[in-house]
Structure formats: C-alpha cells, structure tokens
Ligand binder design. Structure first.
Ligand SMILES: Nc1ncnc2c1ncn2[C@@H]1O[C@H](COP(=O)(O)OP(=O)(O)OP(=O)(O)O)[C@@H](O)[C@H]1O
Length: 305
C-alpha cells in the first residue's frame, strides 16, 4: 500500500501534466500558419505528412524529435528554401513563395565572414538590407552590447571562441530585425557550459524582443528551457504528434526540478510516438550530434532578400 502510494506520487512528478498542456491556436490569429503540409523528396522519402501548426506572434516554439522526423524540412519550408509538395505555409496570412526579409534562418555554424570584424559582419548585413550608412555602426554597437561582446567589436572571427562567434552571429541576426527567427540547432556544436550560457542569453534577449522564434532541437532540456511551446515530431513519415504549451515561468533554470520531471514525460511521449512505449519513462539523455546542412548554403545567417 505504502509502496503503491510512493509509486503513484513518483508517477505524478514524472508526468507533470499541469505544466504541459495541449496548444490550441486559431489559424486566423496566427503569425505563422501551416496547414496540411506534405513534403516528399525526390528519393520518395516522406519528410512531412499532413503537418498542421499555428504559431502566435511572439511565441518561442521548439520543434523536437529524433533524427529524420522532418524538423529541418519544416523549418526550411518556413524559410522558403524548400518548396513543399503539398499544403500551405503562410506568414501573417500571406502564403510563402520563397525567402523573404521578414524571416531569417540561423544554423549551427556561425558563418561569419572571416575577413570582417564582428562589427564589420553586422554592418555588412545591415548594408545588404538597405539600412542607411549613418545608422549601421550605432545599430551594430547596440547589438554587440546586447550579446555582451563589448570590447570585441573590432576583433576578427578567428580570434573568437565558438560561443563568442555564435554570439556575434546572433547579434547579426537580431540587428537585421526579422519578425520571425528560424533557428536550426544553433547551439548544437557548442560545449555543454557554453550552450547553457547561450540558452540563458537567448532567453533574456527573446524576453526583451518579443520576436517569433521557431527553434529546432534534439535536446529535450533545451526545448523545455527555451520554449513557450514544444512541438513533438516523429519520423517515417515525418509528422507532428503533439503540440504542447509549457507553463513554466521565465526566465527558466536547468536546475529547476520540474524541468527534469517534464523532460522525462516528454521522452516518454516521444518513445510512445515512435512505437517504443516503455513501461516506465526513460531517463537517458538524448544524444547530441553535429549537424552540417549539406543541401543549403553553409551560412549561419541566410539573408532572405
Ligand atoms: N535533400 C534531401 N533529399 C532527400 N531526402 C532528404 C533530403 N533532406 C532530408 N531528407 C530526408 O527527409 C527526412 C527528414 O529530414 P530532416 O533533415 O528534415 O529531418 P530532421 O528531423 O531535421 O533530422 P535531423 O535531426 O537528423 O537533422 C529524412 O529521412 C532525411 O533523410
């Protein structure tokens, strides 16, 4: 009896159902609306099947799932770099027909121009977006400060650490001011400690900026640390299996025990979606891996002009 009570309490902690609730966003009010999206690659792989997803303005949505479940394909369809074989993707009600200045895609590689300083990389991107020369330097400085790279504005990329390069890349992305930021495992190549710093910084910046962010990750903790929502995906065919709102106050901390409980719950749901539902929720961490998108330009910030 006593043992059963303990097991039940443990189960409740693991499920943390009150912190994860199904999302329900009306397409009419969505910043991003994705309806009945399908994508088949030429090799007949069904990367996406009947994906429906609505994202409100200012949300931070994490796409989470195992390798091959179509996370990147979905992100690239939003960026306009993949033309889906079926369905609709719209931003502010307007269908996407290709890349546009309202969206910006970031990858795992910082992809700074090596011959330009941190500030030079940012002012170059601003010039490409048509920002008047007189404004560029000031705007670059403001974002350099926001990512705490003061003192490195005149430094070349090869003199920066991996985390600093990513901060410079983030400053460049924010400086051009897209309304939607699309991030494909941007911190996947960083060491664990730098990764946590980057997550904390991104969260602080996002809380101030109110940008709409769609963020791809394999890492359950990362999704729960950053997201207002987590969209669980499964492969073969790539599809959305659950769309959950995360009801945890921000700023969040990885030390928060509720985050651990939610992570166990999410891993269990992902396994169940793949048809490997275990008796007890799994506890092993999701493996990281280095990503190099081969089918896309090797740039961290792809200007969508
Ligand atoms: N250019 C391509 N041509 C053919 N098949 C592709 C192409 N890009 C992706 N695929 C296939 O489509 C499926 C979805 O790939 P996608 O990269 O979107 O998944 P993912 O969830 O982002 O995976 P990962 O986390 O490993 O990057 C996979 O089976 C993949 O092999």
């Amino acid at each position: 009896m006593f043992r059963r009570l303990i097991e039940r309490m443990r189960g409740l902690r693991q499920a943390a159902p009150y912190l994860l609730r199904p999302a329900n966003v009306d397409a009419d009010r969505a910043k991003i609306s994705i309806a009945q999206l399908d994508h088949h690659y030429s090799n007949k792989v069904v990367a996406l099947k009947d994906v429906n997803l609505n994202v409100r303005s200012g949300e931070f949505v994490c796409l989470l799932g195992p390798s091959g479940c179509g996370k990147s394909t979905l992100l690239y369809a939003l960026a306009g770099h993949v033309v889906p074989t079926g369905g609709r993707v719209a931003i502010d009600g307007k269908p996407i027909h290709g890349p546009g200045p309202d969206r910006l895609l970031m990858f795992q590689e910082a992809a700074l121009f090596p011959w330009l300083t941190v500030r030079g990389n940012i002012t170059f991107a601003l010039a490409a977006r048509g920002v008047p020369r007189a404004e560029r330097r000031e705007r670059a400085n403001a974002f350099i400060q926001r990512v705490r790279l003061e003192g490195f504005a005149d430094t070349l990329p090869h003199e920066l650490s991996g985390g600093m390069k990513m901060r410079a890349s983030l400053a460049r992305a924010l400086a051009v001011d897209p309304t939607v930021l699309l991030m494909d495992e941007p911190f996947g190549a960083l060491d664990a400690q730098t990764r946590v710093h980057m997550q904390e910084m991104l969260q602080a910046i996002w809380l101030r900026s109110g940008k709409t962010v769609v963020f791809v990750t394999h890492d359950v903790q990362e999704a729960l640390m950053l997201g207002t929502r987590v969209v669980l995906m499964a492969p073969r065919p790539g599809r959305v299996v659950e769309d959950l709102e995360i009801h945890l106050p921000m700023p969040r901390s990885l030390e928060d025990p509720s985050l651990d409980a939610m992570a166990r719950d999410i891993r269990h749901r992902l396994r169940a979606a793949e048809g490997h539902a275990a008796e007890t929720p799994p506890t092993e961490p999701v493996q990281r891996r280095t990503r190099t998108p081969s089918s896309l330009p090797r740039a961290s910030v792809v200007s969508s002009r």
